[in-house]
Write a protein that binds this ligand. Structure first.
Ligand SMILES: Nc1ncnc2c1ncn2[C@@H]1O[C@H](COP(=O)(O)OP(=O)(O)OP(=O)(O)O)[C@@H](O)[C@H]1O
Ligand SMILES: N[C@@H](CCO)C(=O)O
Length: 328
């Protein structure tokens, strides 16, 4: 569940009033998500629309941030507004008449974001992967053009320190797997990689995109966007969107993802040379974050309960399959 902070009708009505989005019709806590508190909000905008307006009800997501810091949220607003203005399917926070979007509710930072229609593609097809690749490339191009910069907490140094903390808690075989991969990554990182970098989404899993049929309606959850290799973003997507149950790569989906991406931003030769390494790095990164939560759940409490624990084994399987791909 992800309603850590419970809101009542009066609180929500008072919060949305300055945004001029019409009176509250309904609200409902969102069960999905693990980090923040989210509510779906429906308002009636008929008083603002013409008689020709066919859909007076408007839908939003009200997010209360349980962990993000204000600096990250200001950057999130700047980034999503820029991408939205570039015509990309990325919703950005609603502003009040003074141009303010970030306010507090129950003492926590909060944002009101238009709801994207559609469903998460939990079993994506190649067409959807291709579409995602095309849009991801355009997001990367927009970030490079705007020369955005924002430091995130998940640096190489963080990964090395996290692995060192985890290692003694793992079985011998897993310790070796983790330490070998970290060494492999550090060696690669120190080899003067000359790869394009910019701000990246960093967590573009299937539950952070919505499709109407095969059309990508929107990408959400840019809350941890920060500086990184563009190729890392693409590898995170490939691992989550293009893996079979045993972790092996679904080549139809992955080829479609890469073809869509390269239509709008061809990979450089240097990027192609390290693609397989980046799939491994992206797998280790999520194996580590999931292990950290699983092995230290008390460090991940929220006001209303414990965070959902995502399965580290899934990412260990993906990692093993990227190192030793099974025969097709
Ligand atoms: N703008 C939006 N439009 C449509 N649905 C949304 C939107 N924002 C959030 N949701 C829905 O709410 C769910 C939870 O949101 P989100 O993924 O941001 O949760 P979180 O707990 O903040 O993040 P995470 O689970 O990735 O750590 C999403 O999976 C999605 O189904
Ligand atoms: N997408 C992440 C959780 C949020 O960062 C995971 O599946 O491990």
């Amino acid at each position: 569940m992800a309603v850590y902070t419970v809101l009542d009708r009066e609180e929500i009505e008072a919060y949305i009033a300055p945004f001029g989005i019409g009176p509250l019709v309904s609200y409902e806590g969102i069960a999905e998500g693990i980090t923040n508190t989210n509510y779906f909000i429906t308002t009636d905008q008929s008083e603002f629309g013409s008689e020709l307006q066919t859909e007076p009800l408007q839908h939003f997501v009200l997010t209360l941030f349980e962990v993000q810091n204000l600096n990250d949220l200001k950057f999130y607003t700047e980034l999503t507004t820029l991408l939205n203005l570039r015509g990309l399917p990325v919703p950005c926070p609603v502003r009040d008449s003074d141009g303010v979007s970030l306010k507090t509710l129950q003492g926590k930072p909060a944002l009101l974001i238009p709801k994207v229609p559609g469903q998460h593609a939990m079993q994506p097809n190649p067409k959807q992967c291709r579409e995602l690749g095309e849009i991801l490339a355009n997001i990367h191009r927009a970030c490079v053009d705007a020369n955005l910069q924002h430091q995130g907490p998940r640096s190489v140094e963080w990964l090395v320190a996290a692995a060192a903390e985890l290692s003694p808690q793992l079985e011998e075989a897993d310790q070796k797997l983790l330490n070998d991969e970290i060494n492999h990554f550090v060696n690669l990182h120190n080899s003067n990689l000359n790869l394009p970098r910019s701000v990246i989404h960093g967590d573009l899993f299937r539950d952070n995109a919505l499709f109407v049929g095969d059309r990508l309606a929107g990408i959400i959850n840019f809350f941890s966007a920060s500086d990184g290799y563009l190729l890392h973003d693409l590898a995170v997507v490939a691992n989550d969107w293009c893996s079979e149950h045993d972790g092996s790569l679904n080549h139809d989906c992955c080829d479609a993802l890469l073809a869509g991406y390269e239509k709008n931003r061809p990979l450089t030769d240097d990027e192609k040379n390290v693609w397989d390494d980046f799939l491994r790095i992206a797998a280790v990164r999520f194996w580590v974050t999931r292990l950290l939560i699983k092995l230290n759940p008390s460090g991940h409490h929220r006001p209303g309960g414990l965070m959902e624990i995502k399965d580290p084994q899934e990412y260990k399987n993906i990692l093993i399959q990227r190192i030793y791909p099974s025969e097709d």
